[in-house]
Structure formats: C-alpha cells, structure tokens
Design a protein around this ligand. Structure first.
Ligand code: NDP
Length: 339
C-alpha cells in the first residue's frame, strides 16, 4: 500500500521533501465486526487547508485534526468501496469524502462520506466542482454572500478550485464579476473561458487599491475572500455600503510565521459590512440542493470546470506544494488509480 506520509511538522513554506512516499502492507479484508469502510482510492484532492494541518500547534478547534509525522496525510478523495461493515455503503459503491493519501484506506463510515449517484460526469469532479470546493463556492457565495442581481463581486485566487465557480455562479446570478489571479494565462482563462467580466494579475499591479478602483468605480458589494493579507487590505478600501465578505480562506497567510498586517479594518464599521468566516463542513446538509442546482448546468455546459491533473501518488507532494506558489492551473487533482 503506497502512502504519502508527513515527515515532520512544517514551519514556513512546505517543500516536497516534507512528504515521503513509503510502502506499507494492508490486509484487504475488514476486521470481524468492523463497521468501517475499506476503500480503493481513485482521485485525491489537493487543498490549501492541508498545509495548516502540517503545523505542530493548531487552534483548539483544529487540534484533533492535525497530521501526525510518520502517518499518511488525510484529505478528500474519490474512492471505490471494496468492503463495507456499514449498512449505508456496499461493495462497488463510489464515494467521495474523507480518506487518506494512500492506495487503500480503512476509514470510519462516520467521517464525511457521500455516495456518488451520478457518473455521467467525470469522476474526478467529485474532488472539485461536485465535491468539497464546489460546496464551498456554493455555500460561501449564496448563503453568506446573499447576492442580488446587478451587484459587484470580487473573487481572489479566482482561477482555482473554488474561485472559478464563485465567478460563474455570480455571472449566472446576473452580477458583475472581477477576479484576480497570479499569471497572464490564468487571467486569460478567467476572461475567455470562465466568463468573468474582468480579471487582472495581482502580481503585476503595483497598487492593488488603484487596480480595484479601476475595476469597481462604484465599489464592491461581495468580496469572496480566498487570499487575505494585502489583497484583503486593498478590498477594504473599495467596499460599498452593506457589503458582504464571506471569508473562505487566506492562503497568503498559511505559510507565514509573522502574519501580514491588515490595516483598513475601520472600513467594516463605516460601510456597515458583514464579514463572516465559514467552514464548508457546516453546510453539507445543502448537498442535495447543490447537486440539483449544479448538475443540470454542468450537463448543459452553462458551468465549466478546469482541472489540473497529476498522475500517481509519487507526484502528490509536488502537486500539493505547488498550490502555495500558484503552480496549479485550475483544480489540482491527483490520480491514484483509474477505477
Ligand atoms: P486553489 O485551487 O485556488 O489553489 C490555490 C491558489 O492560491 C494558487 O493556485 C494561487 O493562485 C493562489 N495563491 C497561493 N499563494 C498565494 C498568495 N501568497 N497570494 C495570493 N494568492 C496565492 O485553491 P482552492 O480554490 O481550493 O482554495 C481557495 C481558498 O479557499 C483557500 O484559501 C482555501 O483555504 C479556501 N477554502 C476554504 C474552505 C472553507 O471551508 N472555508 C474550503 C475550501 C477551500 P494564483 O496563481 O492566482 O496566485
């Protein structure tokens, strides 16, 4: 059973060498009386939060979830059930949810695990558009953003797993949407394939405040926050009255030992802003409603999804670490096995 294990806790930017590929043995039978599920992992999802779980010290609400050095890292994935001791799952079922970075995993069925009923779309979509990042975009934009037709929406890390969907949801909802991303190719993708009204390369903008003023002369109604730091600070100077900020993530801060200072917080007060952090796991009860919204739109080509596919567990460390330098072009997926 090939595995990707954490070598030791990480400080600063993660490196490929922080993760090791090892071989171990696993019995492909369920222990007698077990109600766990034995999975063959097919696709693994590379997600920015995984870096946070490599820290030695975590906030109390996360501490039970930190990775253990010497053990395979955990994450979301798409898997096939080989054996099940739980009545909700049976041999041959396809599922997405919590698994480990290895070929075969024994996981408690009580963890996040959804049965996959629709296989006319690519299975890898359940690591992205139809899985956790998709639910994140949906809950963050619709539930926390409370969008209205005609509003102005800004999305950072806009070409990524979550951002590309937020932009498309905003367009379908009749909003004006601008995204920022870290390369010319990503900016072209946002404007030419994903339907954003405008997009810019934040690395080439010496003054983010001026850039946002250029794209939002009347200000931002919804800022979907993926990045934090300097981008958030500039956004705070460009908000409209009663703006909403779903705080989805702050990837620019995950590897820093000294966080960037955000100085423009008084805007929240003057502009009567609703800024709220959220965790997608609190919104999984909306999954059936989300599928009902999104599946027909995928089938009709009204929503598209860009994936960056890496092949083989041995390429997992590079794929995961690449998220923090923007190497991924769209949702970063890792293929472990083709069914
Ligand atoms: P992406 O697919 O967008 O990959 C990460 C991207 O972040 C990179 O490609 C890079 O794009 C950008 N990035 C990396 N470092 C920086 C930096 N220092 N400054 C600015 N941009 C940077 O990831 P996801 O779409 O999966 O995740 C987006 C955000 O959503 C993350 O913050 C993540 O933690 C959060 N999230 C939160 C969830 C929740 O429940 N709240 C659930 C899922 C995700 P570029 O080339 O454009 O710089």
């Amino acid at each position: 059973n090939k595995q990707v294990i954490l070598r030791d806790y990480v400080t600063g930017f993660p490196k490929e060498s922080d993760l090791n590929i090892v071989e171990s043995t696993i019995t492909l039978n369920l222990p007698e009386g077990s109600n766990d599920v034995l999975l063959k992992n097919l696709y693994l999802s590379c997600d920015p939060y995984m870096r946070i779980l490599m820290n030695k010290d975590l906030p109390p609400e996360l501490s039970t979830r930190s990775y253990s050095p010497g053990s395979p890292i955990r994450g979301y994935g798409v898997s096939k059930v080989l054996e099940s001791g739980h009545p909700d799952y049976k041999k041959g079922d396809l599922v997405w949810g919590t698994t480990k970075w290895e070929e075969y995993s024994l996981v408690p069925a009580t963890l996040i695990l959804f049965k996959i009923d629709h296989t006319d779309v690519p299975l890898s979509y359940y690591t992205g558009i139809l899985g956790m990042p998709g639910m994140t975009a949906y809950a963050g934009f619709f539930e926390l953003g409370s969008p209205k037709k005609g509003e102005n929406v800004f999305v950072s890390a806009a070409s990524g797993a979550v951002g590309q969907l937020v932009g498309q949801f905003a367009k379908l909802h009749g909003c004006y949407v601008v995204g920022s991303a870290g390369s010319k190719e990503k900016v072209d993708l946002l404007k030419n394939k994903l339907g954003f009204d405008e997009a810019f390369n934040y690395k080439e903008e010496p003054d983010l405040n001026a850039a946002l003023k250029r794209y939002f002369p009347e200000g931002i109604d919804i800022n979907f926050e993926n990045v934090g730091g300097k981008t958030l600070d500039a956004v705070l100077l460009n908000l409209r009255l009663h703006a909403r900020i779903p705080v989805c993530g702050m990837i620019s801060q995950y590897n820093l030992t000294q966080l960037d200072g955000v100085t423009n917080l008084p805007s929240l007060l003057f502009k009567r802003v609703h800024m709220q952090g959220f965790n997608v796991s609190d919104y999984y009860h909306l999954y059936p409603k989300f599928l009902e919204y999104l599946l027909p739109r995928i089938r009709e080509g009204k929503v598209v999804y860009v994936e960056d596919i890496a092949e083989g567990l041995e390429n997992g460390p590079a794929a995961l670490v690449g998220l923090y330098s923007g190497r991924n072009f769209g949702k970063q997926v890792l293929v472990v096995a083709h069914e």
